[in-house]
Structures are given as structure tokens and as C-alpha cells.
Design a binder for this molecule. Structure first.
Ligand code: TEU
Ligand code: CA
Length: 562
């Protein structure tokens, strides 16, 4: 395996709108991030992934870009951005920008031109089709609900939008589109950015002819993925991007890859000639969803055996071939402690357990803002409090189209909503959690008086300090980066345990994912001489016999076995 700085790094994701507001307008901004750089330095992270800060009408909170070379007014100016980058680099922190190029905003000048006339010079920047017998050109569905096609009155044709109708898909078949994208990437690289997180990058190549998705039954979700996920020209487009934009620079890249398989991920991240460093896969994010059930996209209880099976498959498939990214949270997902841990009695313990899990797998760990504090889901009591287009559309669909009771629909939206992750960062116990002196754009989670950064930084037993310790351990122990992953106790439904091995250095990771007290038994095949405890979320009695341990609720331990 090649040594690479991006394998050794820990990435921290900032969702700028919700991070820190410097001027009291209720919206997080770039100067707000500058004020918190020392906090990030103290945590010890190496790289920041900044969610989009470009000019945008914010139909999808910045993922709809109307100018790739300008900063959104509410967030500040290019000058602020330069200061932010300098402040990061001074502290040895690298910056990854979010690259959203599967689509633009419909307010981008390219689209404004494109829908003026059918023969406009920019028409072919997007994907236009005439209707079929007075209907949409095909049956594909948008990720945010409804058809993926919007009829344009002006030119009498439909355009494709896999996300909101204000996010028309770019036509990557058009070489002019590709060269515009590569040029804007070089523009940011020349300004000093260290890499990109690439939004839904595996959707950019569509199967020519745009065939109808197969319809299985009317209430099944038929979204057309087979014709646009990892499409026929994806690798070619990304190789071209590597050549034309990335190669001359020393970058970190991660492709967001909805529905990606392990085989596809190996192609994308291959050590020798893959176009990307790593991808975000989604299989573990689907363990509590029934994505096939269109009526509810139902939430179901996830099972530890499934989690083991999925993570082990990803670890093994990419071992020595590609590279994994490790995450349980981001701006699109509910809070991890509420979802995979316990946000009540064992909030602190389970948050530490989940952190141990992520940092001990093989791959590059990603921390989402507030995860290091154990921030939790929020339950809004009315749909008006939601800001996310996906949540609002989903509620409307459940109530209006499926006839669900409003209370029940709200409950479903509450557990799954992306806004769970988007409530303001909880800095201290003052009004609005110290996020803003004004009115926040989205409600603050009422638990901020107890859960906040000020408390966490002051308390040596906090989740924050535990994360700090995990990050330091990674720097001191190459086995955490390079060591081979091997699952042990594959059938255990309560304990997730594995080893990491690099030459004669071996770590043992023991994680009790339950509120119970199961017994961990170590097989004789694994040799142990004078084990050394590296980290744990409870105090541990040194005399305990590692061969047989009674674990406490959500207990996590990592040993070095000699
Ligand atoms: O997300 C893509 C994506 O797959 C999401 O639609 C995901 O399925 C959903 O959010 C889960 O709830 C990316 C961005 O991360 C997201 O914020 C954007 O809305 C989307 O692309 C469109 O740009
Ligand atoms: Ca502001």
C-alpha cells in the first residue's frame, strides 16, 4: 500500500450555514468559520470539507449553484474566503471545496441562456427532450419526489433534473461542459484549495436514449438509477478530469457515489490509476431504510449483523486496491448518536463508541460538525419549521398523495430528515447556543444548554476530548491507517469486534453496541501477551482477563496485543 497524506488525514465537514454566524443575520458565514479555526486546530483535524459556499438561490441550500466563481452574499466575499484559506493553511489544515457539477442552478447564466431558444449556444449544456404523447420524456423520478423532468413553456421541451426542478442536470456528453468544469476546478486549485468533495459524481453519465426505468408495481420506487448511476462514460469523464484538472496538483478527492457497488468503487479509487482517492458509499446508510418502498421510504430498526456484513465487505473489497472513506454522519443524514447509538441515557458512551468504530476501521474518517459534541436529532412540531426541500416535499407527498395522518407523517419526517444535521452548531449555553446574536435561519436544538462546545472543551471526559485522543492515536500508530482489517465474532449480535494488523503490530477493537452487558470471549487463535489499552470509554481494570470480559453498556475498548 502506498503512503499518502490523504489516507493519514482526518476530515472535518463544515456546513457553513449552520456553523457560526459572525454578523447577527442568523446565517453562518465565512468570517464565522475564521473565528473558530483554533477550535478545529485544538480538535486536531487535518482537512476541512466545506459544503458549498458559492452563489446560489438556495433552493437546495447551496447545492444549486448560480456562479461557481463567486461566494454567496450571506456567506461573505472572495476576500473572506482567501482569509479563511490562509488561516487554515497557517494552522496546517487543508481545505476541500464541494464540487457540485452534476447540475447547476436554473439561475446559472448557462441555463438562463439555454432555455431562451432551442438553437441557443448553451442549449446543449443541459439535457432537453420533447415530450412523449403529451407526457414526460421518460418515467424517471427525482430524488426529491415527483418526475425528474420539468416542462419549459418557452421552448416547449422538458429538461432533466435528478434533484429539484431548480437543479437542471448538466449534459456531460457535451465537451464544452467538461472543459468549463475543468477550467473552474483549475481556477480554485490555483487559488490554493487542496481538493474536492464531488457531489453525486457517479450520476454524471447517462445511458444514451434515456430509457424508461422498469416499473415493478405502482407503489414501488422506480427511480431510473440503472440508467444514470455509474453510467457508460463515467470513468472516461473522470479520467479526463484527472488529466485536465487534478493531476498537476497534490489533491485529496472524494466522490459522493449514491448506490455505488464495491466493484465500482475499486474502479473509481484504484491505487494505480483510479480517477479518485475515495468515494462515499451509502450501503450502511440504507440499513434502517426500505428504499424500495415508495409509500414511506420506511424507517426500520437496523441490525448489527447487517452493519458488520456491509462494513466488512467494504473493508475487504478495497483492501490493497482502493481506499475507503469512513462516515456515519453528514449534512444529509440524521445525527449518528440518535441513529446508531443512544441519545438518552448513554449518549456520551455511545457517541464515543461510534467514534471509536469510525477511527479504527481502515479508511479516511470524516467527522461532521457537532458529531464531536454528540449532537442529537431534533424533533420539530410542525412542518413549517423544516427548511429542507426534501423534508417539505416528503411531508407533502405523504399527506397529500398517500393520505397519511399529519402527525404520523411528521414523525416519519422527524426521524429521517436532513434538517436533523442542519440545526445550528452548539457553541455554548447562551441564547441560540452562541451560534448567532440574531434569529437563526433554522431552530436551535433545545438541548444546547447541556450539549455544547464550551462544556465539552472544559470537560476532560467529554466526547470532544475522546475524539481528540482518537485523532492523536491515528497519528502515532500507523497500524490505524495501514493495518489489515479482520472481523472476529462474525455471528455476535451485540458485540462488533475486529483486529487491525500491520506486520507484527496488532490492535484489537471491542465494541458493545447495546445497552446490555454481554460477555466478550477472545478465541485462542489470537495470541495475547501483555496487552496494552490504547483507548476506552469507561475506566478499565488492568487486571481483567482479556479472554473473557463483561462489557458495560456501549463500552468500547482498543488494545494493542503484543
Ligand atoms: O446528495 C445526493 C444524495 O444522494 C442525496 O439526495 C441523498 O440521497 C439524500 O440527501 C439522503 O437524504 C448530494 C448532497 O449531499 C445533497 O445535500 C444535495 O441535496 C444533493 O446532492 C443534490 O446536489
Ligand atoms: Ca451571518
Amino acid at each position: 500500500m502506498k503512503q499518502q497524506w490523504w489516507k493519514e488525514s482526518v476530515v472535518y465537514q463544515i456546513y457553513p450555514r449552520s456553523f457560526n454566524d459572525s454578523n447577527g443575520d442568523g446565517i453562518g458565514d465565512l468570517r464565522g468559520i475564521i473565528q473558530k479555526l483554533d477550535y478545529l486546530k485544538e480538535l486536531g483535524i487535518d482537512v476541512v470539507w466545506l459544503s458549498p459556499v458559492y452563489k446560489s438561490p438556495n433552493d437546495d441550500m447551496g447545492y444549486d449553484i448560480s456562479d461557481y466563481q463567486e461566494i454567496m452574499d450571506e456567506f461573505g466575499t472572495l476576500h473572506d474566503w482567501e482569509e479563511l484559506l490562509a488561516g487554515m493553511h497557517e494552522r496546517g489544515i487543508k481545505l476541500m471545496m464541494d464540487l457540485v457539477v452534476n447540475h447547476t442552478s436554473d439561475e446559472h447564466p448557462w441555463f438562463i441562456e439555454a432555455h431562451k431558444t432551442k438553437d441557443n449556444s448553451h442549449r446543449d449544456y443541459y439535457i432537453w427532450r420533447p415530450g412523449k404523447e403529451g407526457r414526460e420524456p421518460n418515467n424517471w423520478l427525482s430524488f426529491f419526489g415527483g418526475s425528474a423532468w420539468e416542462y419549459d413553456q418557452v421552448t416547449g421541451e422538458y429538461y432533466l433534473h435528478l434533484f429539484s426542478k431548480k437543479q437542471p442536470d448538466l449534459n456531460w456528453e457535451n465537451p464544452a461542459v467538461r472543459s468549463e468544469v475543468f477550467a473552474l476546478m483549475r481556477w480554485w486549485l490555483d487559488k490554493g484549495v487542496d481538493g474536492f468533495r464531488m457531489d453525486v459524481i457517479n450520476l454524471i453519465s447517462k445511458v444514451p436514449g434515456l430509457p424508461d426505468a422498469q416499473v415493478r408495481s405502482p407503489d414501488r420506487y422506480q427511480w431510473g438509477g440503472q440508467y444514470f448511476v455509474h453510467g457508460p462514460r463515467l470513468l472516461e469523464f473522470l479520467q479526463e478530469m484527472k488529466r485536465e484538472a487534478l493531476e498537476p496538483y497534490d489533491t485529496i478527492t472524494v466522490g459522493e457515489a449514491a448506490a455505488v457497488t464495491t466493484e465500482q468503487a475499486v474502479e473509481l479509487t484504484d491505487e494505480e490509476n483510479g480517477p479518485l482517492n475515495m468515494v462515499f458509499q451509502f450501503e450502511h446508510m440504507s440499513l434502517d431504510r426500505d428504499l424500495d418502498d415508495r409509500t414511506a421510504r420506511a424507517v426500520k430498526r437496523w441490525k448489527l449483523l447487517d452493519l458488520k456484513q456491509v462494513m466488512t465487505r467494504w473493508e475487504k473489497a478495497l483492501e490493497g486496491r482502493g481506499w475507503n472513506s469512513l462516515y456515519l454522519s453528514n449534512h444529509d443524514q440524521p445525527r449518528q448518536v440518535s441513529r446508531f447509538g443512544d441519545d438518552g441515557r448513554y449518549r456520551v458512551e455511545s457517541a464515543k463508541l461510534l467514534g471509536t468504530f469510525l477511527h479504527l476501521l481502515q479508511g479516511t474518517p470524516y467527522i461532521y460538525q457537532g458529531e464531536e459534541l454528540g449532537m442529537t436529532n431534533v424533533a420539530f412540531d410542525s412542518v413549517e419549521e423544516y427548511r429542507d426541500i426534501a423534508a417539505r416535499n416528503r411531508y407533502r407527498e405523504l399527506v397529500e398523495e398517500r393520505g397519511m395522518q399529519p402527525g404520523e407523517a411528521l414523525q416519519l419526517v422527524n426521524v429521517g430528515s436532513r434538517d436533523n444535521a442542519r440545526t445550528p452548531m452548539q457553541w455554548d449555553d447562551s441564547d441560540n447556543a452562541g451560534f448567532t446574536s440574531g434569529t437563526p435561519w433554522i431552530k436551535v436544538n433545545p438541548n444546547y444548554r447541556e450539549i455544547n462546545a464550551k462544556q465539552a472543551v472544559a470537560d476532560p471526559q467529554s466526547i470532544f476530548h475522546y475524539y481528540q485522543q482518537l485523532i492523536q492515536l491515528r497519528k502515532a500508530n500507523p497500524v490505524m491507517v495501514e493495518g489489515r482489517y479482520d472481523l472476529i465474532l462474525p455471528e455476535d449480535e451485540e458485540i462488533y469486534a475486529f483486529t487491525r494488523t500491520l506486520d507484527d503490530d496488532r490492535l484489537l477493537v471491542i465494541l458493545n453496541f447495546t445497552t446490555g452487558t454481554p460477555v466478550f470471549r477472545l478465541s485462542e487463535e489470537i495470541t495475547v501477551n501483555s496487552p496494552e489499552l490504547l483507548i476506552s470509554n469507561y475506566s478499565v481494570d488492568a487486571a481483567e482477563d482479556l479472554r473473557q470480559l463483561t462489557l458495560k453498556p456501549f463500552e468500547a475498548r482498543v488494545y494493542r496485543l503484543h
